[in-house]
Design a protein around this ligand. Structure first.
Ligand SMILES: [Zn+2]
Length: 442
């Protein structure tokens, strides 16, 4: 009896305790916004309130409303917009290519992981609440992705490609240009493939490692240490096999592609985006229209690689290709704008320094894109490419509260986005009045 009474008391105590936890009201924040770009590219709202409950946007209401018990954030002198999305970054790795080379033989995966965490925080504090990591050590990026998703670490939401699938000697073959011991140390970790069947295997291995999306090296790339230009490297049948295999796992394919034959072959194979897309012809623009694929221009990358080459930080093979790409990237982007190609914002940050992703906007507007559409490419359109439209990309009820703000009007001066003063990620305050709000628990 005594035992039963004790048990009953325990159950009663538990029954009392449990509802109080369940009933803990979610924190409510009301943002008083001078201007809100709820759906960038469309008309803005003036003098409105964004009500955030827990991690979700609950309502957008006209005027500056009061909600009892809510925390109020005064952004009446600012433009409030959805958190920015960068469709092409590499979170791991040191920004400085000289330092990276000097320290390569001393650094291990654990060092790279801490660097990736620092890079992720710089990215989030710059207003980028979602990124797509298109190639890095899978366990590193995926552990970071999962820790951020669990709320254990502050950082942007990460969509990961694991490693880039590449042919032998291709842009994603890490052995390129290394000495015997260096090449042995990075011997095929599963992403290098030759022939359609082998490329099916490489795709499945990335998915097994946790990839959300598949990245291929359709052509040569600037920073792989192998001479031979930027032409098509992966054959048509290999690309078709990659796309078909990715589809069986409901994954999209992003194609790194510079040379025009490789760009066009990747579009014909059915990829969802062309990354870089440096060289184009009439057929390229026809294929963009026909397939509905996105073009992710990464204009910061060729500029950064060229500057690295000029200060002696690249090998001869890399520098030759950097010059080739830098001469044409902005020209192709300008043509794409004139023809109405779908653009998703992406920077290839990692080639350029982390936290400065928003410098891409000025290059986009300089080459013919309106600021409003450039902002749309980094919110609504990038969300669509990443398959996240139901969760992010606009400010509307039911979406995750990924919200940023800048002083002034970024639709007339897009460079204002280089100084984001307010950042909220899934309802959590990350930056306020230009100051980080991260704590020891983040
Ligand atoms: Zn890249």
């Amino acid at each position: 009896m005594k035992f039963a009474a004790g048990l009953a008391a325990t159950v009663a105590a538990f029954a009392l305790a449990t509802p109080s936890i369940a009933q803990t009201p979610e924190a409510v924040t009301v943002i008083h916004a001078g201007t809100v770009l709820t759906d960038p590219g469309k008309a803005a709202l003036s003098n409105a309130s964004v009500i955030v409950r827990g991690r979700t946007i609950e309502a957008v209401q006209p005027g500056f409303v009061d909600v009892p018990g809510a925390k109020v954030v005064d952004l009446r002198n600012a433009t409030v917009l959805p958190g920015l999305i960068d469709s092409h970054v590499h979170l791991s790795g040191l920004d400085d290519r000289f330092q990276a080379r000097l320290l390569a033989s001393t650094r291990d995966n654990e060092d790279e992981a801490y660097t990736a965490l620092i890079n992720a925080r710089k990215t989030l504090l710059a207003g980028f609440t979602t990124v797509r990591d298109l190639g890095g050590d899978p366990r590193l990026v995926i552990s970071l992705r999962d820790a951020i998703n669990a709320g254990d670490l502050a950082g942007p939401t990460i969509i990961s490609a694991a490693r880039m699938v590449s042919v032998s000697g291709g842009h994603g073959d890490a052995r390129n240009g290394r000495n015997r011991d260096g090449a042995a140390a990075v011997a095929n970790p599963g992403n290098v493939c030759n022939g359609a069947d082998d490329c099916r295997r490489a795709v499945r291995e990335q998915i097994s490692a946790g990839a959300d999306v598949i990245k291929i090296a359709a052509t040569g790339g600037v920073l792989s240490n192998v001479p031979g230009g930027l032409n098509q490297q992966m054959m048509d049948d290999e690309m078709r096999a990659v796309v078909a295999t990715a589809r069986t796992f409901d994954r999209k394919v992003a194609a790194h592609a510079h040379g025009v034959e490789g760009v066009n072959a990747a579009l014909r194979a059915g990829v969802s985006s062309i990354e870089h897309g440096t060289f184009t012809n009439e057929e390229t623009f026809r294929l963009y229209k026909e397939t509905g694929a996105y073009y992710v221009p990464t204009l910061l990358a060729p500029a950064a690689a060229l500057a690295d080459g000029q200060r002696g930080a690249l090998t001869a093979a890399q520098f030759d290709k950097a010059k080739l790409a830098a001469g044409n990237a902005e020209k192709s982007f300008g043509e794409a704008i004139k023809r109405g190609v779908k653009i998703a914002f992406g920077t290839d940050t990692g080639v350029s320094p982390h936290g400065r992703n928003a410098e891409e906007f000025a290059l986009m507007t300089k080459n013919g894109m309106s600021p409003a559409l450039a902002i749309r490419s980094a919110t609504v359109d990038a969300a669509e490419l990443l398959g996240l439209s139901a969760r992010v990309g606009t400010i509307e009820p039911g979406k995750e509260a990924d919200i940023i703000a800048v002083a002034g009007d970024p639709t007339s001066n897009v460079r204002l986005l280089e100084n984001v003063g307010f950042v909220m990620k899934r309802g959590k305050l990350i930056k306020l009045d230009g100051k980080p709000q991260l704590t020891a628990a983040d």
